[in-house]
Design a binder for this molecule. Structure first.
Ligand code: AGP
Length: 367
């Protein structure tokens, strides 16, 4: 695989555009419509072993860690198993307690990230069971795990990860569905999610089709020295990933915050010079989120709002980007895609080479 641009387009761009196909591949052969579940043979765990899982702990670095947070929510929502994500780079330095009935999940595109690999080795040394959500077949992390799920994103060359991340989300959704269906997740809910997952490729295509509008919003953000990305609950890891992508290629200071925490401090920074990108899906928190947007607007803070059609934002000065509706649990994936395009177009506006972000390597293989 060549590392340069494809048909004059940056790698990152072509990889973003591949997402309908890569998500399709990540799903292929893994959904079972009849039993409304997922089958992940690579886990190498039978129903009894899956039922014995009492906790799920997800480990990854950078964007993989943020998608891990999205994955933890999916596991808790669908399987009702306590789950959380932690930066793999910190994990082994706090001498973690390794529990026999916890399922550890290492998530990595390259499968070579040293911090994630060392976390896997630490867990296995203490007798824990680790599965990998890995893109590169036969990589160090894939080999070090007890079993796993290959992402099938295809080769990802651009430093700023896009298509691998969306397949990671799919991997977590499949895992959560399978864990849920050996527990209390109903057939009806299983069916709902199977159908939701099947709709994702076409819906991603739809978001990508909104590129022009997103590029306009990006141009309005590119001049800001500093900006916020905010969301709540399912939207918060999306905000973290959005801020990460923006920082990596635009070199602007972008900080992610829970929308609910703004009033506890950072609201002091909101001004006409500091824009906010807000994730406001149509969910149980929409009204509260919209109220917070009005607080930002009242302080003159420019807004880009990623939301669903039909969400009433009231009288608000904002650039609005609507993403298609799916099942609420799957919202984070469709909210993430416009943020990739936003970072990409902001970086282009600023004249940066998005495929060669300064100071960054594609995978970090030394501590
Ligand atoms: C993503 O845009 C980053 N370049 C970076 O955070 C990356 O996700 C991280 O280094 C983890 O890499 P991995 O998935 O190959 O382990």
């Amino acid at each position: 695989y060549e590392h340069g641009p494809v048909d004059g387009r940056p790698r990152m761009y072509t990889e973003m555009l591949e997402q309908p196909a890569s998500v399709e591949r990540a799903l292929r052969g893994r959904l079972d419509e009849r039993f409304a579940t997922a089958h992940l043979g690579g886990l190498d765990m039978d129903a009894r072993e899956l039922r014995a899982v009492r906790r799920v702990k997800i480990l990854g670095c950078g964007s993989a860690y943020y998608v891990g947070q999205m994955g933890a929510s999916l596991v808790e929502e669908l399987a009702r198993i306590p789950a959380d994500a932690e930066a793999a780079s910190e994990f082994r330095y706090r001498d973690p307690v390794i529990e026999p009935d916890t399922l550890y999940v290492a998530v990595s595109q390259s499968g070579e990230t040293i911090d994630t690999l060392l976390a896997v080795q630490e867990i296995r040394r203490k007798g824990g069971r680790v599965i990998g959500l890995v893109n590169v077949v036969g990589s160090a992390i894939a080999r070090a795990c007890d079993g796993g799920i290959y992402l099938h994103a295809g080769p990802e060359i651009a430093v700023a990860s896009t298509k691998a991340l969306t397949t990671m989300f799919v991997g977590f959704a499949l895992l959560a569905l399978q864990l849920g269906r050996v527990r209390d997740l109903s057939v009806a809910d299983g069916r709902r999610l199977v159908a939701g997952l099947q709709s994702l490729p076409a819906q991603i295509e739809q978001v990508l089709g909104d590129e022009e509008r997103i590029a306009r919003a990006a141009a309005s953000l590119a001049t800001a020295e500093s900006l916020f990305f905010v969301g709540r609950v399912r939207g918060y890891p999306v905000a973290r990933e959005g801020a990460q992508k923006f920082k990596e290629i635009s070199y602007r200071h972008a900080e992610a915050y829970q929308m609910s925490e703004l009033k506890h401090g950072p609201l002091a920074l909101v001004s006409p010079e500091v824009p906010t990108v807000a994730l406001v899906p149509d969910d149980e928190l929409t009204d509260r989120n919209v109220a917070a947007l009005h607080e930002i607007d009242a302080r003159g803070g420019p807004l880009v709002v990623v939301t669903h059609a039909g969400v009433d934002l009231g009288e608000l000065r904002a650039e609005r980007i609507d993403v298609p509706r799916n099942e609420r649990e799957l919202d984070p994936l469709l909210l993430t895609v416009p943020l990739q395009l936003l970072a990409y177009h902001a970086a282009l506006t600023l004249g940066h080479d998005v495929d060669k972000p300064r100071n960054l390597a594609k995978s970090v293989t030394v501590e």
